[in-house]
Design a binder for this molecule. Structure first.
Ligand code: CAA
Length: 270
């Protein structure tokens, strides 16, 4: 099923397109587009991002989505001007970060292609994705402490799980920025590439994932993410059930048959 409404909407703060992968499923591309404010994440932009990501998730012709900004900034955080005059009750009623939970529920993989600043909510948005491809110019940080607050869109949790308590504490308590290479070594980033190639590299990774059997990709993603919530016992049980479930797919039969027959598998996504 290919519902394309996410491609034709009139967005104000993002650009949305799809990339043909010649034979494989397509890649969705969502680009944050508030360059004057370093892609600060206001409510409208996040509403559009979530809608576009969900659109690609529903679109039967899409296999993977890439979320990016521009060379100077992936995103410099939540829009401070939008929060500056707000009180606690107003923030509670706005509940703006609840929308971010919908990113966690996406079934297809999302790759963040990060160049320049990925700060505060920008770092948290990149961490909400499944992988981060970073330009060597990328700078990651959780500077909320310098504004008198703390990360509010998952930073204390996801950063700690990704790079461990020692480094997460340093980043969150000092608010300092750290470079792409350092974050790669710490385990936050999948790959660091030349500043001119980060988007190309992310699109190539997306193309490769889009060429794999769809249901296996989705259950693999789901199983890996479960490891954050479950004990090893429950996680292994979950993985095993997903493994057995895949034996009901046509792609499993095709994949194993193709191996035995020494030919390339032709996936159906079923
Ligand atoms: N919110 C709103 N506007 C922002 C912004 C943000 N997070 N980050 C940058 N901008 C705006 C600036 O106000 C400026 O706008 P004007 O031209 O109208 O003044 C424009 O973007 C360019 O920014 P700078 O002139 O500051 O650019 P720079 O290159 O000198 O500095 C920077 C770049 C170091 C990233 C600096 O802009 C900065 O420190 N930004 C704020 C980073 C931050 O604190 N992020 C955390 C936000 S809170 C949060 O994210 C909470 C959460 O957990 C979800």
């Amino acid at each position: 099923m290919s519902d394309k409404t996410h491609l034709s909407k009139a967005y104000t703060s993002i650009l949305v397109s799809e990339i043909d992968n010649k034979g494989a499923l397509k890649t969705g591309l969502v680009q944050l587009n508030r360059p004057d404010v370093l892609n600060a994440l206001n409510i409208e932009l996040m509403k559009e991002v979530v809608e576009a990501l969900e659109g690609f998730d529903r679109d039967g012709e899409t296999g993977c989505t890439v979320l990016t900004g521009n060379k100077k900034a992936f995103a410099a955080g939540a829009d401070i001007k939008e929060m500056a005059d707000a009180g606690a009750v107003e923030m509670l009623l706005r509940d703006q970060f609840a929308r971010w939970d919908r990113i966690r529920k996406l079934k297809k993989p999302v790759i963040a292609a990060v160049s320049g600043f990925a700060l505060g909510g920008g770092c948290e948005l990149a961490m909400s994705c499944d992988m981060i491809i970073a330009s060597e110019s990328a700078k990651f940080g959780q500077p909320e402490i310098n504004l008198g607050v703390i990360p509010g869109a998952g930073g204390t949790q996801r950063l700690t799980k990704a790079i461990g308590k020692a480094r997460a504490m340093e980043m969150i308590l000092t608010g300092k920025m750290f470079g792409a290479q350092e974050m790669f070594e710490a385990g936050l980033v999948t790959k660091v590439v030349d500043a001119d190639l980060y988007l190309e590299e992310a699109l190539e990774l997306a193309r490769e994932i889009a060429s794999k059997p769809t249901i296996a990709v989705q259950l693999a993603k789901e199983s890996v993410l479960k490891s954050f919530d479950l004990t090893i016992e429950s996680g292994l049980e979950h993985e095993r059930k997903n493994f057995y479930l895949l034996f009901a797919t046509e792609d499993k039969h095709e994949g194993m048959k193709a191996f035995v027959e020494k030919r390339r598998a032709e996936w159906k996504g079923k």
